[in-house]
Design a protein around this ligand. Structure first.
Ligand SMILES: [Zn+2]
Length: 307
C-alpha cells in the first residue's frame, strides 16, 4: 500500500500502549530488511532517513526506494525525516513525498527552537503532514557525557508543555537518559521524568505521542517500561548498522574469494532482519498493522538472491 502518515498510527500506539519501530535506512538492503520483518510481524513501521542518508543515497533515490517497498507491503509504512536540520530541508522532504517530518532545533535556545519549529509545523500541516520536534537534547556518544551533563540536557516537563502548545507539533522527542550512537545497551531511562512530562502534557490538554531517540544504547527492559509510560516511536539506528557491518565482515572473512557481492551482503541483510525482529518483539507492535483486505507483494529475499 502507498506510504501512510504517522499521525493515526502514533495515536493508536499511544492509546494501545505499544511502540512503533522507527528504523534508519541508508540502502536497499536495510529498507527491504525492515519492511520484510514488518510484514512478517504484521506491524506498522517507520523507515527514517537522516540528513546523512540523504547525502549518501540522494533524496530522490531514498524516497523512491522506500515508496517502492511500501507499495509492496500490506502493512502501513511511514517515511520519516530524521533530525531535519532546517526549514528548507523539511520543505524538500515534504515535496519529495515524506509522510512525517522532524525538525531538530535542540541546538537552538528555547525561543528560537519554538519559532523555527512552529514555522515548519505551519507549513507541513498545510499539507496534512505531521511534525516531530525535540526538546532537551539527546546527546551523542563522545560528547564527554557525565551523568550530570545528560541530566542537564534532559527535557523539563513545564518547558515541554510550553513548547508543544506554542509549536503545535504532533509528536515530541524527549531527552530522558538515552545517548545517540551507543553500542552497548546499558543506559536506563528516567521513567519518573517521563511520567512527569506526560502528566504535565495531559493536564494542559496536549498529551501528544512521545519519541525516544538513541534507543540502541538503552536496556530493552527500560524501553519496555518507557513504552508502558507513553513512548510511542522508538528510533533505532546504531544497532542495525553494527549488525550489518559485523555480518558482512564475518562473511567476507569466511569466503574472501567470493565474487558475487550479493552473497556477502545477504548475511548483512539477514542480521538487520534479526535485530528488527528482536526490537519489534518487545515493542509490542506485532499484529498492530493489519489492514483488512491488503495484500503483500513482498518476496523472500533468499529466493531473489539465488536467481
Ligand atoms: Zn536521534
Amino acid at each position: 500500500m502507498p506510504l501512510v502518515s504517522s499521525t493515526e498510527w502514533l495515536l493508536k500506539a499511544q492509546k494501545e500502549k505499544f511502540g512503533i519501530g522507527a528504523f534508519n535506512a541508508n540502502n536497499m538492503e536495510f529498507i527491504e530488511a525492515i519492511v520484510e520483518v514488518a510484514e512478517e510481524m504484521q506491524a506498522p513501521v517507520i523507515i527514517q532517513v537522516s540528513q546523512g542518508a540523504i547525502k549518501y543515497a540522494g533524496l530522490e533515490m531514498a524516497t523512491e526506494m522506500v515508496k517502492a517497498a511500501a507499495n509492496l507491503a500490506s502493512v502501513p509504512v511511514i517515511l520519516h525525516l530524521d533530525h531535519g536540520t532546517d526549514y528548507l530541508q523539511n520543505v524538500r522532504c515534504l515535496r519529495s513525498g515524506f509522510t512525517s517530518l522532524m525538525f531538530d532545533g535542540s541546538a537552538l535556545n528555547f525561543e528560537d527552537n519554538v519559532k523555527m519549529t512552529a514555522k515548519i509545523t505551519e507549513m507541513s500541516h498545510a499539507c496534512k503532514i505531521p511534525v516531530e520536534a525535540e526538546l532537551g537534547k539527546v546527546l551523542q556518544i563522545g560528547d564527554n557525557n557525565s551523568a550530570e551533563t545528560i541530566e542537564k540536557a534532559m527535557t523539563q516537563p513545564e518547558e515541554a508543555v510550553k513548547f508543544v502548545t506554542a509549536t503545535k507539533i504532533d509528536s515530541l522527542a524527549v531527552a530522558i537518559g538515552s545517548v545517540h550512537a551507543m553500542k552497548d545497551r546499558t543506559a536506563k531511562l528516567d521513567i519518573p521524568r517521563l511520567k512527569k512530562i506526560r502528566a504535565a502534557l495531559a493536564a494542559a490538554n496536549c498529551d501528544i505521542p512521545l519519541v525516544l531517540h538513541g534507543s540502541s544504547g538503552v536496556d530493552p527492559d527500560s524501553i519496555k517500561e518507557g513504552i508502558a509510560n507513553g513512548l510511542c516511536k522508538i528510533n533505532v539506528a546504531t544497532q542495525l548498522s553494527v549488525s550489518f557491518v559485523k555480518a558482512i565482515g564475518e562473511q567476507y572473512t569466511k569466503t574472501p574469494a567470493e565474487k558475487d557481492m550479493r552473497k556477502i551482503l545477504l548475511p548483512g541483510k539477514n542480521a538487520v532482519k534479526d535485530r528488527v525482529r528482536e526490537y519489534m518483539g518487545f515493542f509490542g507492535c506485532k499484529g498492530k498493522g493489519v489492514i483488512a483486505g491488503a495484500k503483500s507483494g513482498i518476496q523472500a529475499s533468499e529466493i531473489k538472491h539465488h536467481e
